[in-house]
Write a protein that binds this ligand. Structure first.
Ligand code: GLN
Length: 194
């Protein structure tokens, strides 16, 4: 089974590890840049993107991540989506800049930025539960990006080649369709690059 890293600096990385295992992958908690070597894919979990950045600015971690996400399947959820984005708005902040979207942090009104919504997505199997926690909003998507789900017209699950990103937390729901979708992506990427 594919070995998929979960950035384990902060945030809910354990829930992602459990979800990955349930979706048929072998999770690897990543705390140092060297641990990225040999992984088939990576999850950047939710948490606080500014805290991630502070940590990643040490030991050349940000540069190693940049190299990884340029060529290997990576799934960013919530703060992880913010890290992947080409542009972060209000206020602007550094990011890996690979996913062709602009995101606004904490952009939903107080009442709805943390909420649970069940809605249709492009994934088969009916409505999906989506847990939002101080969620960012994808303000715009650029070329090469496909929206697989939206909320009030804003994309909440997007895909671009080897990249996947969600503004919600699929690891906090029992439904494993999103993790399975990512694990499939990792598998097909792996066999295509052999
Ligand atoms: N509000 C956080 C940020 O801006 C993201 C919240 C989350 O990951 N649940 O980084």
């Amino acid at each position: 089974s594919p070995r998929i890293g979960v950035l384990a600096i902060q945030g809910d990385y354990d829930a992602h590890a459990v979800a990955l295992r349930e979706a048929g992958a072998e999770p690897v908690l990543v705390r140092k840049p060297e641990q990225l070597a040999g992984l088939d894919g990576l999850i950047l979990p939710g948490g606080e993107s500014t805290t991630f950045l502070k940590f990643l600015e040490r030991d050349g971690f940000l540069e190693s991540l940049r190299a990884f996400v340029a060529s290997k399947p990576t799934f960013g959820t919530c703060a992880g989506c913010i890290l992947l984005a080409r542009e972060v708005l209000r206020p602007s902040q550094e990011s890996l800049g690979v996913l062709n979207v602009a995101v606004e942090r904490n952009a939903y009104g107080r009442q709805i930025d943390s909420s649970i919504v069940t809605a249709e997505t492009s994934l088969p199997g009916g409505p999906l539960e989506m847990v939002y926690i101080r969620a960012p909003r994808i303000a715009s998507i650029g070329e090469g990006v496909t929206a697989l789900a939206d909320r009030g017209g804003s994309p909440v699950l997007v895909e671009q080649n080897h990249l996947l990103a969600a503004t919600f937390h699929p690891e906090l729901s029992a439904d494993r369709r999103v993790h399975r979708y990512f694990v499939e992506k990792v598998r097909s990427f792996r066999s295509a690059s052999r």
